[in-house]
Design a protein around this ligand. Sequence first.
Ligand code: C2E
Ligand code: CA
Ligand code: CA
Ligand code: CA
Length: 398
Amino acid sequence: LHRVHLCAGVTLFSEGDAGDAAYLIEEGRLEILATRSGGDLVLACRGPGEVVGEMAILDGGKRSATVRALADSVLIVITREQLARRISGTDPILRMCLSVVLERYRATVARLEGAGGRPAAPPSSETHNPSLYFREAIETLRLEQEIQSGIDRAEFFMVFQPIVRLETGHTVGFEALMRWQHPERGLLPPSQFIPVAESSGLISRLTLVALKIVAELIPRLPDCNGRDGPGPGKLFLNLNIAAQDLFEGDFLDLVESLVRGGRFETSSLRFEVTESGLIKDPDRSIATLHKLREYGFGLAIDDFGTGYSSLNYLSTLPATAIKIDRGFVRSMMDDPKSFKIIQMIVRLADELGLPVVAEGIERPEQAVALNGMGCVYGQGYLYGRPMQFMEALSSVVD
Ligand code: C2E
Ligand code: CA
Ligand code: CA
Ligand code: CA
């Protein structure tokens, strides 16, 4: 924590200064002053547990008042950068409300300062742009509503991308990927709706949609016919699930009803989860993963190496496979570091007895190199793009 010690009588900042920090008052007492030709006018006093200087760092404007210590004080500093990073990462609707509140507050202050007062310092456009925030918020609200009605009108569907054994190129399963046939905007990829679905909570409804579709299709998958090692076995489907699914009830409820329905071997369905998804509520998430394993579902750690504390989590996760992110594969032939990272992941997975699937293979030389390292499975445009189920089925007929 960055603290400032202020002796009684010392000015913390003056009206018109650039605002680069706000202060949490830990101890002491401060007064807020408006400097007028006739002398200083005390606007307010603030004590422990209160904040001064928040306005300017919120909207990037100049200090609208002077703050001085009435007693020896200890303040905790919040910098503009700390705040800006948080605000820019936050929900557009929250951001819009915040900017509206600030706007109104500034206007009120300007009015109260009256005819004699100068207008309040204009905010900088860098952190404060009401019309932009407004547009983003409306866009997000609209998208949320459209996702809702899209679910009701069954506009979401799944496409299937082959997962192959690198050695033979034979398809052993598919990753199910979601698409949205939007009535006006056309066919939308997940990047256009998954993030909003995640921040609004709608993702759990999309997961249910995906799971129902996939559960209908699994019984129609053909046998593997020895493509994936000796013995019988069906082709499998991989389904991406979100962090939220792991600590909210509806997902497990549907999973359990599918298990009870008994229409397919649970080992034909493998859930893909990202490590970063587990951070919100690790205990409950990991408990859910164990339940899924007990039912016999597979569990792939998605985008391995791109999240936090991969190694830490790996030891506690009941994983059955690891997926290497497309980012590493894309650069592996040009960037020795990516190559080494993949090598390390494959070796680590081998030690743990987990098969590896490399994502985003587009060129034969990537496949050759991956196979050479001991990565058994691959996925990418080289083998097939995501496609409709019927097309996916006919692609495996040998
Ligand atoms: P992901 O789980 O990493 O899925 C792999 C993505 O890489 C897919 O993008 C796939 O089409 C793309 N891809 C595969 N091979 C290649 C290749 O060779 N080259 C290139 N350039 N791309 C390749 P997609 O379908 O756009 O999905 C993006 C992300 O959206 C997925 O990343 C996943 O995180 C999320 N997602 C997709 N479907 C679902 C879903 O049903 N539920 C949830 N929660 N998330 C989903
Ligand atoms: Ca995935
Ligand atoms: Ca992913
Ligand atoms: Ca990925």
